[in-house]
Design a protein around this ligand. Structure first.
Ligand code: F6P
Length: 326
C-alpha cells in the first residue's frame, strides 16, 4: 500500500463536546509522524465543495476545552449521491490527500463506508455523538459531557419541583436510543425513566405516580427519552392528564443545551486517546474502521460491524431506577 503522507480530518453530523479535543489529537499526532494535515470545513459538504484548510500545531492550540467543533459540521444530502462522492474524491486527489479521519456518528460512518468502498480510499472514524449509540465503544465522545449537563439542569429543576410539589417530565436527547435517559435518570435519582427500547405502558406509569402520591412522595422527576414510542415529554404529560387532574405537572425539554459546553475531563481524555489511535491505525494500514474504547482498551471496529450491530441498553439499569426510588 502507498505510504500515507497527507491526511485530512473532518467532523460530521450533530456536534458533540470533545470533537475539538479529537481534532487536536489527530492533528498533533499526525504532525508528530511528519504527516501533512488538512482540516475540512462542514463535514462531507466541505469535502464536496473543496473547503480544505491546512492545519499546523497552532491551528489546534487552546481548543481542547471548547465545545462544538472548530471545523464546523453539517449533514450532507449531496454526499448520499454517487456524483457528490465522486466530486469529493476528485478534491482529495487534487490536494494529494492519502487518507481521511472522520469524526461523527452512525450517519458519518455509513457515508464513510460507501465512499471508502467506491474509491478504495483509506478512512478511519472516531465516534463523536452525545447519543452513545454506536456499537463497538463503551462511550462515544460527547456522551459524558451531555449527561453531566443534563444532570446539572435536572438538579435545579428538582429544587423547584420539590418546593411546588410537582411532577416534571424532562425530555432528554438520544435520537432513537435511551442511553442518555438511563444514565441521567440514575444519576439524578429520577422516579422513572422512559426509553424507546422498552414499550411504554402509560397506565402503569399513571398507577406509579398515584402510588408515589400515596407514599407522600410529593414531587417526581420523570426522564423521557425523545425517541420514546409513546412520544416526547409533552405527549406523555398529556396522556397522564387523561386519567384526571390530580397532579400538578410540568414539562422541560432540555434540547440542544445537551450538545454544547466545555467537554468534561473524561471526554477530553477519550477524544485524545482515540485521536492518537486513529493515526496509529492509518499508519498501520488499517482501513474502514472506527476507533473505540472497550474496558479502557483501544479497539478497532470495522465500519460494517458498527453500522450493522445495534448497541443495546442494559435493561437492568431500569430496575436500578425502580429499586432506588422506593
Ligand atoms: O445525534 C445527536 C442529536 O443531538 C440527537 O440526540 C438528536 O435527536 C439530534 O441530534 C438533533 O439533531 P439536530 O440538531 O439536527 O436537530
Amino acid at each position: 500500500m502507498a505510504k500515507i503522507k497527507k491526511i485530512a480530518v473532518l467532523t460530521s453530523g450533530g456536534d458533540a463536546p470533545g470533537m475539538n479535543a479529537a481534532i487536536r489529537a489527530v492533528v498533533r499526532k499526525a504532525l508528530s509522524e511528519n504527516l501533512k494535515v488538512y482540516g475540512i470545513l462542514r463535514g462531507y459538504e466541505g469535502l464536496i465543495k473543496g473547503d480544505f484548510i491546512p492545519m499546523n500545531s497552532k491551528s489546534v492550540g487552546n481548543i481542547i476545552q471548547l465545545g462544538g467543533t472548530i471545523l464546523k459540521t453539517a449533514r450532507s444530502e449531496k454526499f448520499r449521491t454517487v456524483e457528490g462522492r465522486q466530486q469529493a474524491y476528485n478534491n482529495l486527489i487534487e490536494k494529494e490527500i492519502d487518507a481521511l479521519v472522520v469524526i461523527g456518528g452512525d450517519g458519518t460512518f455509513k457515508g464513510a463506508r460507501i465512499f471508502a468502498e467506491e474509491h478504495n480510499f483509506p478512512i478511519v472514524g472516531l465516534p463523536g455523538t452525545i447519543d452513545n449509540d454506536l456499537f463497538g465503544t463503551d462511550m462515544t465522545i460527547g456522551f459524558d459531557t451531555a449527561i453531566n449537563t443534563a444532570v446539572e439542569a435536572i438538579d435545579k429543576i428538582r429544587d423547584t419541583a420539590a418546593s411546588h410539589e410537582r411532577i416534571f417530565f424532562i425530555e432528554v436527547m438520544g435520537r432513537d436510543a435511551g442511553f442518555i435517559a438511563l444514565r441521567v435518570g440514575i444519576a439524578s435519582g429520577a422516579e422513572a425513566v422512559i426509553v424507546p427500547e422498552v414499550p411504554t405502558d402509560l397506565e402503569q406509569l399513571h398507577n406509579r405516580l398515584v402510588e408515589y402520591m400515596q407514599r407522600k412522595k410529593t414531587s417526581s422527576i420523570i426522564i423521557v427519552a425523545e425517541g420514546d414510542d409513546a412520544g416526547g415529554a409533552f405527549e406523555i404529560k398529556k396522556a397522564m392528564e387523561k386519567y384526571g387532574d390530580e397532579f400538578d405537572m410540568k414539562v422541560t425539554v432540555l434540547g440542544h443545551i445537551q450538545r454544547g459546553g466545555s467537554p468534561t475531563a473524561y471526554d477530553r481524555y477519550l477524544a485524545s486517546r482515540l485521536g492518537v489511535a486513529a493515526i496509529d491505525a492509518l499508519l498501520d494500514d488499517q482501513r474502514s474502521v472506527m476507533v473505540g474504547m472497550i474496558n479502557r482498551q483501544i479497539v478497532y471496529v470495522p465500519f460494517n460491524q458498527t453500522i450493522k450491530h445495534h448497541k443495546s441498553i442494559d435493561q437492568t439499569l431500569l430496575d436500578i431506577v425502580d429499586i432506588l426510588n422506593t
